[in-house]
Design a protein around this ligand. Structure first.
Ligand code: AMP
Ligand code: GLY
Length: 402
């Protein structure tokens, strides 16, 4: 397992349930993952270090969580050294790494996407090329927004994509891919803004829930048919087949779902709310994908709801505080929730904060509303001075009395 966030902790937990698992190793992992596997001080960006670790630990399957190592070619290097990998090579990972490349692939594959504009005239959206940690997209309703965004977008560099500004509901659809075939995972709703009611700055994601109203199995299958499979065919045609998780970020519009972006990996924190609902063996599924043969794989998903609340440091998403002592995690888990580590470190026996997004509290329930109540009860048990978290994750799924 490559990575160190809450997504990787959720993946590690699900993989650890795999019937064929012998040993779980993480690079670098985190204090939560250390309770279920062995963590090694090798960072995802250290490709040689990953290859060496896979050799010495005799790894059969590598699962790469974050985008940066994928875009840098970690999966290619591991495959060359004989390890099966769940995660695309650098060429296919460009679907996330370059907005203009992704746009070209969608146009060639006939996938519906916002129209390109010849000039940066408001209203429009400017997209800088390259991985920008979610900061490369500038939504510009007015000319003043365009004037402010253009220099910032150009400073990021690369080809600038200008497209029409759309309005609608956003949804993400995840598919496990073997280079040719795509198998759906349940949908999850992400919360990108820091504050309640979608106010405040954009973040990596402050919470998630699953399932999502209006995203039934049939609707997800329709998206796979019109988005994921044509893109897989186009990437295969280009000689760069996509093996891994293809994440489509959609806007639901009057013209149908249009693709705003692709990611070449599991979403964070959506994965934390999706995997607890998976009843079948994730290790078997990802092994089949890495081996290029997903035939016969149909993930079984529970009808229960899952909710994830992200606890972030004081100051996030700007300058974040670190080294804050955190307590009460066992009390939270005693209530039946799972506390995933996203940005923590061990100081002696004490858990301290070590990042922007620090903990992901996840709970299951018969319904999303029940899961939501459980997740927030668990959050209340956690003593994390200065923590910021949203109070309205999955609130729209609860019938609020008038
Ligand atoms: P992306 O990284 O491409 O998903 O863009 C980040 C966010 O910018 C998306 O989640 C949307 O909220 C917004 N966005 C991107 N493209 C558009 C568009 N064409 N119209 C409106 N909003 C957009
Ligand atoms: N939660 C959004 C992402 O993973 O990109």
């Amino acid at each position: 397992m490559v990575g160190s966030g809450g997504r990787e902790h959720a993946l590690a937990r699900a993989l650890a349930r795999g019937s064929s698992l012998e040993e779980l190793h993480a690079a670098p992992g985190n204090p939560g993952i250390a309770r279920i596997g062995r963590c090694h001080p090798v960072r995802g960006e250290d490709i040689e270090g990953l290859v060496d670790l896979c050799r010495t630990a005799r790894i059969d399957l590598a699962v790469v969580g974050p985008e940066a190592p994928l875009v840098a070619g970690a999966a290619d290097a591991l495959r060359r050294s004989g390890v099966a990998v769940f995660g695309p090579g650098a060429a296919a990972a460009r679907i996330e790494g370059s907005k203009s490349y992704a746009k070209g692939v969608m146009e060639a594959a006939g996938v519906a996407t916002p129209r390109r504009l010849d000039e940066a005239t408001a209203p429009c959206v400017l997209k800088a090329d390259g991985l920008a940690g979610g900061k490369g997209v500038f939504v510009c309703p007015t000319p003043a927004d365009v004037d402010a965004a253009l220099p910032r977008a150009r400073a990021i560099g690369g080809a600038l994509v200008v497209e029409e500004l759309l309005e609608g509901v956003e949804r993400s659809v995840f598919a496990v891919c073997d280079g040719e075939r795509a198998v759906p995972l349940p949908a999850a709703q992400d919360y990108k803004r820091l504050g309640d009611g979608d106010r405040g700055p954009n973040t990596g994601g402050m919470g998630a829930y699953s399932p999502v109203p209006g995203m039934t199995e049939r609707e997800i299958e329709a998206v796979l048919e019109t988005v994921h499979r044509p893109v897989l065919a186009e990437l295969a045609r280009r000689g760069t087949p996509f093996v891994g998780l293809l994440y489509a970020g959609l806007m639901l519009t009057e013209r149908g779902p249009l693709v705003l972006e692709f990611n070449c990996r599991f979403g964070d924190p959506e994965t934390q709310a999706i995997l607890p609902r998976l009843e079948s063996d994730l290790l078997e599924l990802l092994t089949a994908a890495a081996g290029g043969d997903l035939r016969g794989q149909e993930p079984a998903v529970s009808s229960r709801g899952a909710v994830t609340v992200v606890l972030a440091s004081r100051g996030y998403p700007d300058a974040t505080e670190a080294g804050v002592v955190i307590d009460g995690l066992e009390d939270a888990e005693r209530l039946g929730a799972v506390v995933l580590h996203a940005g923590t470190a061990l100081r002696g026996d004490t858990i301290v904060s070590a990042g922007g997004r620090v903990l992901n509290v996840t709970a299951l329930g018969a319904t999303v509303a029940e899961a939501r109540a459980r997740a927030y009860d668990a959050v209340e048990c956690i003593d994390f001075p200065g923590a910021q978290y949203r109070r309205d994750i999955a609130l729209e799924t609860v019938d609020v009395p008038a």
